[in-house]
Structure formats: structure tokens, C-alpha cells
Write a protein that binds this ligand. Structure first.
Ligand code: ADP
Ligand code: MG
Length: 311
């Protein structure tokens, strides 16, 4: 990419959001962004690579939306309020139409989560693999929701429904896009569960976002907290779209082990009656260090390990 090309791209496609975030003193355009902070910050970075994290032929709008929301999901999982982000983009080429769609998806996602883009880096790929790195910054207003906070006797809750994204990937791979738009959207356009941050403030002992599969991610909480769990399979939230797409065994398998849902799993000492609507209580934290599954259909095949890049 020529220097002039690089700067024209930044100017045209990325320097377009006006920030209402009072702590941002200087955004895109100088050697650094400048922010003034007076609270605990939550910071996380995620890379999305074509062919590994999303289909290389997905449309640019969805790719951008997904890359930002996947990164923002970690802020939700920490109980943080999203504020701003940076974007490191490594492009195979610079097609104006692709960049325009990417930029549209990116800023739509940014607006949906009320975050602003304050800087980044734009480079040309050598091996043609599109790579998108998003660093997100959030504010902890109350107490951070750490993985090591689960207490024996806590109720385990999940937001929304599980398994839809794994089903959406299946839909995409089988080319059934027009038949299952809901499942497809769950996979291609996940939405970080940031709306739960305020609603659940003060009620959460531990939390994680479900990116690699419910069992695998729950296990991270159990390990960090040195506790076990008992999960009731009958209590898993399965969407109507999922159960009408596949049989119960497959739906349960995707709900337990499918990746990419980006829902939250939280533990809380509050009983279900004290919790807001939209959460499903799926089990309890136990002293016994095992992860026990109640009511699992006999022939369900499970992957408890989740996705692991170098495994
Ligand atoms: P430097 O050479 O000083 O590191 P760059 O030339 O890489 O700066 O970038 C110029 C400005 O544009 C910087 O403010 C940088 O943060 C911003 N920027 C570069 N690429 C992007 C991008 N993809 N999205 C948002 N801001 C970007
Ligand atoms: Mg510089």
C-alpha cells in the first residue's frame, strides 16, 4: 500500500465518527490518541483472521460488525461499560467497495455499543489473509466481574439462548442462508451483551463470555474459583429457531460445546426470583470440583474443551 493510499483510506473510511466521549482529548490523526482517565479501566484485545474466525467470503459489513462485537464481549464479561477502541487492520488489497461496506459495518457496530474509534493501524498483508485486531477500553463503574469470584451455592445463569451461533455456522456452510436467517445472524452478527452490565450490577460474583463453548468457558470459571458445578441440561435455553432446525441431541450438543455465541455466563448468590427476566438459571456452583451434567441424553457427544488454537 502506498503511503498516500494508506492515509487516504484512514481519512475516507475510518476518520468519520465524532466522539461524545468527554475523556477522549484527541482521536485519530496524531501519533497517539489522548484520553484522560479517572476510573479503573478494563482493556482487552482480540484478533479476527479470515478463514479462522470468520468465513473469508463473508460480507465486509458483517466481518467488521463481528470483529468489534467479539472484542466488546470481553468488556461485558468483566462488567465494564464500553468506551473506545482501536483498530489494526491488515488488508490483502484496498477495494473501495469492500472498504466502504467494512466501514459501514464497523461504525454501525460502534454506534450500537456506544463506543468510538480513537486510532489504529492500516497495513497491507503479505499472504493475503485479512486480519483485524480490535483493542477495546471500558470503564469499571462498580466491581469487576472476575472469573475467580464464584462461590459454593451460587446460581449459574446465562443470557439469551445457547447454540444458535454453531447452528448458524452450519447454516452458512450448507448454504441455507435464506431458510434460517435468525441462526445465521447469531453467527455472523453477534452482539456483545453490554446491556446486561448495568442491569446486573451488584448481583454478580463471577462472569465469563461464552466464546469457545458453554462447558469450556464455564470450566475456566470453575478452575479460577476452585469450585465445581452441576448443570441441568433440561434448563438450557434453546431457541425455537435452533430446535426447529435440528433434533434435541444436536441442539444440546451445540448449546454445550458450540462456539461463537458471545452470551454471558454469570454466577450469583441471588435466587432466580431476584433476577431480571431474560436470564436462564442452568445450575449451581458446588464444592465437588467436577462439572456434573444432570439429564444429559444418553448418546450425546460432547467436546468439553472448546476451541484451542495450538492444541
Ligand atoms: P504512526 O505512523 O504515527 O504510527 P499512522 O500513520 O499509522 O501513525 O496512523 C495515522 C493516524 O491514523 C493515527 O492517529 C492512527 O491511530 C490512525 N489510524 C491508522 N489506521 C487506522 C485505522 N484502521 N482505524 C483508525 N485509525 C487509524
Ligand atoms: Mg507516529
Amino acid at each position: 500500500m502506498k503511503a498516500s493510499g494508506e492515509f487516504a483510506i484512514i481519512e475516507q473510511y475510518f476518520k468519520q465518527q465524532t466522539t461524545s466521549e468527554p475523556d477522549v482529548i484527541l482521536g485519530i490523526g496524531d501519533d497517539c490518541a489522548l484520553v484522560e482517565l479517572n476510573s479503573v479501566q478494563a482493556i482487552s484485545v482480540d484478533t479476527s483472521i479470515a478463514g479462522r474466525h470468520f468465513p473469508p467470503d463473508a460480507n465486509a459489513y458483517d466481518i467488521a460488525w463481528r470483529a468489534l462485537h467479539v472484542a466488546l464481549s470481553d468488556l461485558a464479561a468483566m462488567g465494564a461499560t464500553a468506551r473506545f477502541f482501536t483498530l489494526a487492520l491488515t488488508l490483502a488489497d484496498a477495494q473501495p467497495h469492500w472498504l466502504a461496506e467494512f466501514s459501514k459495518g464497523l461504525f454501525a457496530a460502534a454506534e450500537s455499543a456506544n463506543v468510538c474509534l480513537i486510532g489504529g493501524d492500516t497495513t497491507k498483508a503479505i499472504d493475503n489473509a485479512l486480519s483485524i485486531t480490535v483493542q477495546v477500553h471500558g470503564r469499571i463503574t462498580d466491581k469487576a466481574w472476575r472469573r475467580d469470584g464464584a462461590k459454593i451455592g451460587d446460581y449459574i445463569y446465562v443470557t439469551g439462548s445457547l447454540g444458535d451461533a454453531a447452528a448458524g455456522l452450519d447454516v452458512y456452510q450448507r448454504n441455507r442462508q435464506s431458510l434460517q436467517p435468525e441462526l445465521l445472524t447469531a453467527y455472523l452478527r453477534p452482539k456483545a451483551e453490554l446491556d446486561w452490565v448495568n442491569v446486573l450490577q451488584g448481583k454478580v460474583n463471577a462472569a465469563i463470555d461464552i466464546s469457545d463453548g458453554f462447558l469450556a468457558d464455564l470450566q475456566h470459571v470453575l478452575t479460577a474459583s476452585a469450585v465445581g458445578a452441576c448443570i441441568d441440561i433440561d434448563a438450557l435455553p434453546l431457541s425455537q429457531a435452533l430446535t426447529s432446525y435440528v433434533d434435541t441431541e444436536q441442539a444440546i450438543q451445540w448449546a454445550l460445546s458450540g462456539g461463537d455465541d458471545y452470551k454471558l455466563c454469570i454466577t450469583s448468590s441471588c435466587e432466580p426470583a431476584q433476577m431480571p427476566e431474560g436470564l436462564s438459571c442452568v445450575g449451581k456452583i458446588t464444592e465437588n470440583l467436577a462439572l456434573e451434567l444432570k439429564n444429559l441424553p444418553a448418546d450425546t457427544v460432547l467436546d468439553k474443551n472448546g476451541f484451542n488454537h495450538f492444541a
